[in-house]
Design a protein around this ligand. Structure first.
Ligand code: PLP
Length: 391
């Protein structure tokens, strides 16, 4: 029996591969500092856990409406009114088990073979994987370090064609920590407004920013009807394992996503959704404290990285990643990431795990204690001082 041909076009995520190699080394007794995986190292806030427990005790354990509980969809619409000034109804909101399925379902609902999809490179690896899997034509547009990891807008303009069906934007970004400047978002909206193109705005890190708040393209005039906002609870509320995400989109697309859900997951766990209502409507100090801690780590970790000869780390503006340029060390990204894991006990990801334009970079997640982050920098510095790059 052979797998379907399409399975040769789907890929996996580097973070999960490196995590399993790191675990194998730990099983041999090695000490590894984990800076590979993109999930907050905080516990889900107690009020949210209690709401989930209460929901279980109250019997929220059955199938719910496919599109999601109306109360949670309303809470999401209300929160978008507060954060984006956009007046959405619950018919715009689809709840999914994590935010990843929004990406999967929206692409599945929109793409015909050969349709072009513009996406950031380096970018979340699932974008390219899903585009290829569905027979779309991926059009990677490089993120430019000197522009704070935004696009070169001339390149972006040139890549738009009559075949472009979808543009994927992500801000704050995985893996770079970049936030697309508001002027760039406005310039892209001006280019897209008159075209028959959908935008998938991946805003999963929307609440984790340090200086300027990210501007959502969906809030700009004429963009709401061709924008899908992807967001969720995984990062903001440290709820990765609860699997709770959502998409906000025009109702014709929400109907299509609904049909795909009827055929796959049926619905999202009801007790998880009840906890999501508490997350959005309850106290937000846990989010504020988490973001403050990510900022403290960012400042000290990046400053320490910048003291290593050959490493240059642009200060991330959001999310919880650092994406230093390592070209000055003489190492290529993948061999350096492999060597740091095997020889220095630091698990990080090669920039190339996020696309070809990630060459010359490593991605570190700052979802670890400051003590471990600074110890990782000491190990990296000692490793680079003792080991010359391969010839
Ligand atoms: N989008 C980006 C840019 C991400 O980094 C992630 C998770 O790492 C997701 C979407 C998916 O989030 P979830 O865990 O809610 O499926």
């Amino acid at each position: 029996m052979r797998l379907a041909e399409r399975m040769s076009r789907i890929r996996t995520e580097g973070a999960f591969e490196v995590l399993s190699r790191a675990r194998a080394l730990e099983a041999q007794g090695r000490n590894i500092i984990h800076l590979e995986i993109g999930e907050p190292d905080f516990r889900t806030p107690a009020n949210i856990v209690e709401a989930g427990q209460r929901a279980l005790a109250e019997g929220w354990t059955r199938y719910g409406p496919t599109q999601g509980l109306p109360e949670l969809r309303q809470a999401i619409a209300d929160s978008l009114w507060r954060t984006h000034g956009l007046d959405y109804g619950i018919e715009h909101v689809c709840i999914t088990p994590g935010a990843k399925p929004i990406l999967f379902f929206v692409l599945l609902a929109l793409l015909e073979p050969g349709d072009e999809v513009i996406y950031p490179d380096p970018g979340f690896p699932i974008y390219a994987s899903m585009i290829d899997f569905l027979g779309g034509a991926g059009v990677p547009v490089p993120l430019v370090e000197e522009r704070g990891f935004s696009f070169d807008l001339n390149v972006f303009r040139r890549k738009l064609s009559t075949q472009t069906k979808l543009v994927i934007l992500n801000s704050p970004q995985n893996p770079t920590g970049g936030v697309i400047p508001a002027d760039d978002v406005r310039a892209m909206a001006a280019l897209l407004r008159s075209r028959d193109v959908m935008v998938l705005s991946d805003e999963i890190y929307s609440r984790i920013w340090f200086d300027e708040p990210p501007l959502s393209i969906g809030t700009l005039p004429g963009m709401r009807e061709n924008t899908v906002i992807l967001d969720g609870f995984s990062k903001t509320y440290a709820m990765t394992g609860w699997r709770l995400g959502y998409g906000v989109m025009p109702p014709w697309l929400a109907d299509a996503v609904n049909t795909l859900m009827v055929n796959s997951n049926s619905c999202t766990a009801s007790f998880t959704q009840r906890a999501g209502i508490e997350a959005l409507c309850g106290a937000q100090d846990a989010v504020t404290n988490m973001v403050a801690e990510f900022r403290r780590r960012r400042d000290q970790f990046c400053a320490a990285l910048n003291e290593i000869p050959g490493i240059r780390c642009t200060l991330p503006q959001g999310a919880f990643y650092a994406f230093p340029n390592i070209t000055g060390t003489g190492w290529k990204s993948k061999p350096l990431a492999d060597a740091l894991l095997e020889k220095a006990g630091v698990a990080a990801l090669s920039g190339t795990a996020f696309g070809t334009f990630g060459e010359g970079y490593l991605r570190f997640s700052t979802a670890n204690s400051l003590e471990h982050l600074l110890e990782a920098v000491r190990r990296i510095r000692a490793f680079l001082a003792s080991e010359p790059p391969p010839a």
